[in-house]
Design a protein around this ligand. Structure first.
Ligand SMILES: [Zn+2]
Length: 410
């Protein structure tokens, strides 16, 4: 009798919900708490009107927080009422949300654990539940969080692509630069997936109030933004531009390495990361090799210096300063015949409006880089995602800044 009262208190139950039985299964390390509804009347979950109990559903089980390391379940045959307006309905239970397989407290704990560990498989293992069940808790939390979002003004957004796994499966990510959060994610990186993402993630009012969209020079995204957000300026941010310039350096290096190797010169063999890494982050050994290569004044080192110099562009205070810097920089790489860099420069010229908008809006680039790194972490921990929906839920769960927790019971 005592344990019934104890569990009633732990579960926070009040009349007419009562604990009728507590079963201990030592062999399987399980506790089963049976709950009954001791009243002849109940409320319609839709309209809150009181009716007589009509019948009871079949017995259901909810996973609850462990009791002394024993898996604990709540079982109940939940009553139904017959509402004049809504028909036969199962009444609300105080320990769980509708169609949930776990109790509210269990869900809270799972969400807290996930946020702390950032690791789905470890959390599922710790809670002794299946990966599917944990994913279900996560999707419900995200759904809940999305429905609680308010329609605040958003000035700047970012739209970016991210690969989902090795190969060529991509997702598009819409982010809120000021609040450092992901708004939503869609499958693919086409114009239509970007369009649907914008319309899914932003309300009409938010779309109208938007000032600028920061993104890569990816045609599909540019088209989508021009169509869906005609009043917003397109900004090509530092993060993406530096990626192209780094790529230009690497292509220069590959070409020169091949040339040198023909005359048996191995100077540039296995030097890819030397030219991609920031010298500040190099080991002593790497730095000394890098310096030695620099002294040779190879084309690759010149391309690298041009890439480094370009960072000055982003520090321009006015549009005119930026234009002036770009012209000088372009002249310099042309005089040096840095062909791969010239190719990148031509692409930048074709997108000069978006490039100059970066100076105009002075957008903080740290958010794009930070989010990119965080999504990469989620991918690494999840060892790549096979299903789009799982990837989306994980991104929104960890980076959506959502109110994920279920309401406390009563
Ligand atoms: Zn009703």
């Amino acid at each position: 009798m005592k344990d019934k009262e104890l569990f009633k208190q732990i579960l926070g139950l009040s009349h007419p919900w009562e604990v009728s039985k507590v079963d201990l299964d030592i062999a399987n390390e399980e506790v089963e708490i049976e709950i009954i509804y001791k009243s002849k009347k109940g409320f319609c979950p839709e309209c809150e009107v009181e009716y007589d109990i009509y019948d009871h559903r079949e017995k259901r089980r909810w996973r609850h927080l462990d009791t002394c390391q024993m898996k604990t379940y709540i079982v109940c045959k939940v009553p139904r009422i017959k509402c004049k307006e809504h028909g036969v309905k199962t009444i609300k239970v105080p320990w769980a949300e509708k169609s949930s397989r776990t109790t509210l407290l269990f869900e809270r704990f799972a969400i807290e654990l996930l946020l702390a560990s950032k690791n789905q498989s470890k959390t599922a293992q710790f809670l002794r539940i299946s990966f599917d069940m944990l994913h279900h808790i996560m999707s419900k939390a995200v759904e809940r969080g999305l429905s609680r979002r308010t329609e605040e003004d958003i000035k700047y957004i970012g739209i970016d692509e991210k690969s989902m796994k090795r190969g060529h499966t991509y997702v598009s990510v819409l982010s809120d630069s000021e609040r450092r959060r992901v708004i939503d994610v869609s499958e693919g990186r086409t114009t239509s997936s970007a369009s649907s993402l914008i319309n899914k993630g932003l309300t009409e009012k938010q779309k109208e109030g938007l000032k600028a969209v920061s993104m890569d020079m990816w045609k599909a995204f540019i088209k989508a933004v021009q169509k869906e957000l005609p009043n917003a300026s397109i900004v090509h941010d530092k993060f993406h531009i530096m990626k192209y310039l780094n790529d230009g350096v690497d292509k220069t290096r590959r070409e020169e390495a091949r040339k040198l190797q023909k005359s048996n010169d191995k100077t540039l063999v296995k030097s890819k990361y030397l030219f991609l890494k920031n010298p500040e982050n190099m080991t002593d050994k790497q730095l000394s090799r890098f310096r030695k290569i620099q002294e040779l004044n190879l084309i690759t080192s010149q391309a690298w210096a041009a890439k480094e110099n370009f960072k000055e562009f982003f520090r321009s205070e006015t549009i005119n300063d930026a234009k002036f810097f770009f012209a000088e920089w372009y002249q310099d790489i042309k005089e040096r015949s840095l062909n791969k860099m010239i190719k990148v420069a031509k692409m930048l010229i074709a997108h000069s409006d978006g490039l100059l908008n970066y100076i105009r809006y002075q957008i903080d680039n740290s958010v794009a880089e930070w989010l990119n790194g965080k999504i990469q972490e989620i991918k690494t921990v999840g060892r790549g995602f096979r299903k789009f929906e799982n990837f989306r839920i994980a991104i929104l769960f960890f980076l959506g800044k959502l109110d994920l927790f279920p309401q406390e019971s009563q």
